[in-house]
Design a protein around this ligand. Structure first.
Ligand code: SF4
Length: 397
């Protein structure tokens, strides 16, 4: 058994955005570290393939950070993973570094999909977020990607300070008008350790308002669905045939390998011996381990010097069968199609009537409908819905 889903992490950005707590670091343009880091990832892909951790791919995703900021190194990575046969290869792009040349080279190397970090089409909002691009650059980058025949997604952010209902409508209209097939909509989160967190703590910036967030999410749902996008996940909208299959794997419990500083991997029960061989540093595997999650904590410079998988600093988490099922239920509830019947049946075998009581409660309280799909309330108050499903990880006393 091997993972057929691969994620590569590019932890470099031109500048750090004011809200960002992702594993990414402001880096001078052309820093040779990016080329040596890219070479290290190529070595790790070779090693993972040799060991059998990956064996042919369905989907791959190069995320970050800003993969397009790595330029030719990202093209080489895409070329390498394309040779593993995936039918979907997504590259995250920042409009600022998504030139016609680079996008064209990425497409020729095997990229099929671009996920553009647009966030907003209002220059004031973009400046407030600390983004390096402006609205015009974002629109041009979307048009270029579409004109190259790539499948294009835009990430948008709502409940940003300065955002108004009309600026939000303008942003939604702009990305729809660019002819893209996929839109992801996220509310601004204030993460500890970021400049926004400090500003909110100091009273210099208002915390995002729940009511504003709900209103913007509802407006996005109404407008995008009216323009032919289907909401298939709480934050994801796609025109027919444009769903992100890579992300669907994350929400359906598929095994995936993450390579790079800050990347996460997850493997199921049958693959644990292989993972333990590839990463001897994780130590003893508990007898009841049903799922393993790895999180790479290696500094990007050290990874460039020591690419071997066995040399990486790895945080490891083991989940037993019950925890794995609760996690899958929680992730499944993110999707419009709701909880998979087979998953519910397997969960019932392990959790018994606790599962049925939990699901009945979620239906009674209006979070799920009778088909076990999220309702409007379930979309808006997702944390309550996911939290109650995750609580099933612990057996009741
Ligand atoms: S571009 Fe993305 S990864 Fe980079 S700092 Fe901004 S939000 Fe973070």
């Amino acid at each position: 058994m091997s993972a057929r889903v691969l994620y590569l992490h590019a932890p470099f950005c031109k500048r750090k955005c004011s809200y960002c707590d992702f594993a990414s670091f402001a880096t001078p343009a052309g820093d040779p570290l990016m080329a040596s880091y890219g070479a290290a990832l190529l070595r790790q892909i070779d090693e993972a393939e040799k060991i059998g951790l990956i064996d042919g791919l369905d989907t791959a995703y190069v995320g970050g950070g800003t993969p397009t900021f790595m330029g030719g190194s990202t093209v080489e990575l895409v070329e390498r993973i394309a040779a593993l046969g995936p039918s979907e290869v997504t590259v995250e792009a920042n409009p600022d570094s998504a030139s016609l040349d680079l996008l064209s080279n990425l497409r020729d190397a095997g990229a099929t999909r671009i996920s553009m970090g647009v966030q907003s089409l209002d220059d004031g909002e973009l400046r407030m977020l600390g983004r390096v691009h402006d609205a015009q650059t974002a629109l041009e980058a979307l048009h270029v990607a579409v004109s190259l025949g790539l499948s294009v997604s835009a990430d948008l952010m709502c409940a940003i300070p300065l955002q108004t209902p009309s600026s939000w409508l303008y942003t939604l209209g702009g990305v729809i008008g660019a002819g893209i097939g996929h839109v992801s909509v996220y509310p601004l989160m204030i993460e500890e350790g970021t400049p926004f967190f400090q500003a909110v703590e100091a009273g210099e910036m208002p915390a995002p308002d729940d009511g504003d967030e709900a209103a913007r999410m509802e407006e996005a749902a109404a407008i995008l669905t009216a323009h032919g996008y289907e909401r298939y996940e709480v934050a994801s909208y796609a025109r027919p045939g444009r769903m992100c299959r890579h992300n669907l794997s994350y929400w359906t419990g598929a095994s995936y390998l993450g390579i790079g500083a800050g990347a996460a991997s997850m493997f199921g029960h049958d693959e644990i011996p292989l993972v333990a061989d590839a990463f001897p540093q994780i130590g003893q595997v508990p007898a009841n381990a049903h799922r393993i999650r790895l999180s790479c904590k290696t500094d990007r410079r050290l990874m460039a010097e020591n690419p071997s998988l066995a040399d990486q600093v790895i945080d490891v988490e083991f989940l037993n069968e019950r925890e794995s099922l609760a996690e899958d239920l929680m992730l499944g509830a993110r999707m419009a199609r709701g909880l998979d019947r087979d998953l519910v049946s397997r969960s019932r075998d392990v959790m018994g009537q606790e599962l049925d009581e939990c699901l009945a409660g979620l239906i009674d309280d209006g979070y799920l409908d009778d088909a076990l799909a999220p309702t409007e309330k379930g979309w808006l108050l997702g944390n309550e819905l996911y939290g109650r499903l995750w609580d099933l990880a612990e057996a009741a006393d």
